[in-house]
Design a protein around this ligand. Structure first.
Ligand code: MRU
Length: 344
């Protein structure tokens, strides 16, 4: 499994996911602004991976602050955190990671600046290591929901590349496969960035897990024909009532799953749950540029001047979600109560 992101001496490097699967290329970030750009431009993507990147980016930012005064350091560091928050709005893991890094600086307000800088780097490494561990636990919890022989549909990429490693939805699939269950995966191609075709298929093929890619609009027909047993996706943010924000197209998959009596599971770490967001309507949905839709690669395929809507995520109301798989436990509806019990 190729690493998603890591420290490379004094810099941070990440696999450039825009180039996969054709080329495995490292993208090196020398400062926090490079990390913000990498998140905005989809060099790194996927909610937990964005969180890890934000933490590492802020540690890089910390190293660049030239002051011996802890108060001045804190002031500059918080401003960097504010800028980092704007990189992408939907995945709450970004905010979670920024708050964790800022919280560390606040707790160290009587310590020398050099110690704070080293502690920030260590904290970012800890966030990465914890994320992988969390995904493994989530995988073990989630695989219990998977029958001994199953065809699983997934949307977008909630795999190793979308996290510190192992994956959330793909973590569940990996864990089921590792337990010896006979798993086949159907991956939605996931227009417009094709995360399903380019990343999910690539990861599963590397692991020897059988995978077939479908056009997004084929999912309903396959379900109706009884070709899908279970759906598992990741999430970018889960509201306090269990509504789920995830890659655009997830909502229609969830509605189709319910219409065809197929369980629809969401696998996500607790850091993806946002208690401050009451329901899905309050989750900010990122709108990306129209060229992602009317170009295919570098080639324009739409008519000149065409108007395009390009929401990057959608909201799946909790009533379509059969269970939320977390690293602590699997929660079932009504989610409001289960989510409250899960959080400190
Ligand atoms: O736009 P992306 O590629 O960042 O969107 C990713 C998704 O929607 C994933 O399903 C989600 O972040 C969960 S990743 C474990």
């Amino acid at each position: 499994m190729i690493p998603t992101i890591e420290w490379d001496g004094q810099y941070v490097r990440m696999i450039d996911q825009r180039k996969l699967p054709s080329r495995i290329e490292w993208y090196v970030c020398r400062g926090y602004r490079d990390v913000i750009k990498a998140i905005e431009k989809m060099v790194i993507r996927g909610a937990p991976a964005i969180g890890v990147a934000a933490a590492m980016g802020l540690a890089l930012g910390g190293f660049s602050i030239k002051t011996k005064s802890t108060a001045a350091f804190m002031d500059k560091f918080k401003k960097m955190g504010q800028k980092m928050l704007l990189a992408r709005p939907t995945a709450v893991n970004l905010r979670w990671a920024v708050e964790r890094m800022v919280g560390l600086v606040e707790r160290m307000k009587t310590d020398p600046v050099d110690e704070i800088k080293s502690a920030l780097k260590e904290e970012s490494e800890k966030i990465l290591a914890e994320d992988i561990e969390i995904n493994r636990r989530m995988g073990l919890n989630g695989q219990e929901l998977v029958p001994a022989k199953a065809t699983i549909l997934t949307h977008c990429n909630a795999g190793s590349l979308a996290t510190g490693g192992y994956g959330t939805a793909l973590g569940v699939i990996r864990a089921a496969h590792e337990k010896g269950k006979k798993i086949k995966v159907i991956a939605d191609e996931t227009r417009p960035w094709l995360q399903g075709l380019r990343l999910t298929a690539f990861e599963l093929m590397e692991d020897g897990i059988p995978v077939s890619v479908i056009a997004d609009n084929a999912a309903g027909s396959l379900m109706r024909q009884g070709m899908i047993d279970v759906v598992v996706t990741g999430a970018d943010r889960i509201a306090a009532n269990g509504d789920v924000a995830n890659k655009i197209g997830t909502y229609q998959v969830a509605v189709l799953a319910k219409a065809n009596k197929i369980p629809f599971y969401v696998a996500a770490p607790i850091s993806t749950i946002d208690q401050t967001t009451r329901n899905g309507d309050m989750i900010p949905v990122e709108e990306r540029g129209g060229d992602e839709i009317f170009r295919f690669g570098k080639k324009r395929i739409g008519p000149e001047g065409v108007s395009v809507l390009n929401p990057a995520f959608d909201i799946t109301p909790a009533k379509y979600v059969s269970a939320i798989i977390t690293e602590k436990k699997v929660i079932r509806p009504p989610f409001g109560r289960g989510i409250k019990a899960l959080l400190p």
